[in-house]
Design a protein around this ligand. Structure first.
Ligand SMILES: [Cu+2]
Length: 271
């Protein structure tokens, strides 16, 4: 019994120091790596959770109380009460107040996430059935990012989360992500950054993050998009400024987008 309790405790608390990917038996969120995610975690832990626990305990108490106090053996002649104005006003007003208490900080956070600061790096993510395509529009870089199959994984590469070409971004810089899709709805989601946006064909959604810690972060497509929905992970490698510049110069050679010559451009426009 002692061992069992210990295992549960270790499982709960070890999630607090987990890295940037989901863990077996994980409870709660992944570690936050951006201010946005820290806001979400503290809203959940300090407002939502206490409110939900209080309501659950209160309702449980009411049910137990009603079962005992109004049981058939004690009340052979049932009461015929149908209305009680005070109770009705209270059970309308109190939930309204609870919702307002939850809504105010929630909207504040939503608006904060929606205001994109001046971006230092811009990335375009395009969802395809079933992989992600990425573009660095300012850098002439374009590449595709496929999941690495289980048999090809190297040591320490997580299953179902590792990709062949990961996105690389510099630490502590505002990264704007333009998100769209080419076929069906997908969603670009990265839990550690508190980011999740739908990828809609024919429309560009925007989001942003500022990663505060160097490391590799994993996310997944979060909109059911077909048979291989579970196999289009998102991997972001956050590196130092110098390493990022180094990667950029390599990537520009490796993933160079074909230059559009003037005439070709005109032909494209005239179509
Ligand atoms: Cu998808």
């Amino acid at each position: 019994m002692k061992n069992f309790l210990l295992t549960i405790l270790v499982t709960i608390y070890s999630t607090g120091v987990s890295a940037n990917q989901p863990k077996e038996w994980q409870l709660g969120f992944q570690d936050a790596a951006s201010q946005g995610m820290r806001d979400i975690v503290s809203f959940h832990n300090n407002i939502l959770l206490p409110v939900i626990i209080a309501i659950s305990v209160f309702v449980l108490f009411l049910m137990i109380y009603a079962c005992i106090r109004f049981r058939a053996s004690k009340n052979p002649i049932p009461s015929k009460t149908t209305h009680n104005v005070t109770v009705e006003i209270l059970w309308t007003l109190i939930p309204c107040l609870i919702l307002i208490v939850m809504a105010v900080p929630s909207f504040k956070m939503l608006y904060k996430q929606d205001t994109i600061p001046k971006a230092e790096v811009t990335i375009k993510a395009v969802g395809y059935q079933w992989y992600w395509g990425y573009e660095y529009p300012d850098e002439n870089i374009i590449f595709e990012s496929y999941m690495v199959k289980e048999e090809d994984l190297k040591k320490n590469q997580p299953r179902l989360l590792t990709v062949d070409n990961e996105i690389v971004v510099p630490v502590n810089k505002v990264v704007k992500v333009l998100i769209t899709a080419n076929d069906v709805l997908h969603a670009w989601a990265l839990p550690s950054f508190g980011v999740k946006r739908d990828a809609v064909p024919g429309r560009i959604n925007e989001t942003w993050f500022k990663a505060e810690k160097i490391g590799t972060y994993y996310g997944q497509c979060s909109e059911l998009c077909g048979i291989q929905h579970a196999f289009m992970p998102i991997t972001v490698r956050v590196v130092s400024e110098e390493k990022y510049i180094e990667w950029l110069s390599e990537a520009k050679m490796k993933f160079a987008k074909e230059p559009i010559i003037n005439n070709e451009y005109k032909k494209l426009v005239s179509k």
